[in-house]
Design a protein around this ligand. Sequence first.
Ligand code: ATP
Length: 241
Amino acid sequence: MMKNVIEIANLRVVRGGREVLPDLTVSVPAGQVVGLLGPSGSGKSTLIRAVVGVQVVESGEVTVLGEPAGSPSLRRRIGYVTQSPSVYDDLSVRANVRYFANILGAPASATDEAIEAVDLTSHADSLVGRLSGGQRSRVSLAAALVGDPELLVLDEPTVGLDPVLRRDLWELFNRLAAQGRSLLVSSHVMDEASRCDRLLLLREGQILADDTLPALLVRTETDDAEHAFLSLIDRAEEAAR
Ligand SMILES: Nc1ncnc2c1ncn2[C@@H]1O[C@H](COP(=O)(O)OP(=O)(O)OP(=O)(O)O)[C@@H](O)[C@H]1O
């Protein structure tokens, strides 16, 4: 297995005339759940868009699974879920997932397996338009899983979900990593840090920390991710003075 599934060097992205990612260098190891955490507007979605190859970049290099981001050969190897579920309301859960399975050339059995993985088997024949927000985002996730991707890139997949569903989804992410997949999962909820094998803390387009949660807590002498993040901000501001 390759060591890093994502390698980013000196990435610079400008959006709407603003430098959103000034000069970002980071890597994401294989076989882990890596949390991309940071406040709203810190650049998480922009970074994710660069990884999946849909973001115009000024300069820098983004290498994913050994290929330049956006390479056609990566399409089947990456599962990407955007913040708003991209599914068809007028189709059933099964028809939605089967549609993506057909595009990806996945075997027939993959549809029901992906629906099972996101715990929607009992709703497989329901129209997606009649599902709750959380169920709809799980349909999106099933669509991303159906091609059996090596890397899953999920942009705030747990937003708006109740605590039980959030826990269930994180358990699913951990299971997927245990099966050898790699996951990059963004969130602005700091307490989701405890669910990740490794954390990237992003603030104003800069990586404040790239570490495991236990190491981060030791280094900042704090007892949760939120305080660790605040402590790192204070240190960065002191250093800049
Ligand atoms: N389409 C766009 N055009 C111009 N600027 C944009 C666009 N989308 C985002 N931005 C700007 O880029 C910056 C980073 O946005 P981004 O969506 O990457 O942040 P984020 O960390 O994902 O935030 P959130 O958690 O709210 O989704 C913000 O300042 C935002 O205003």
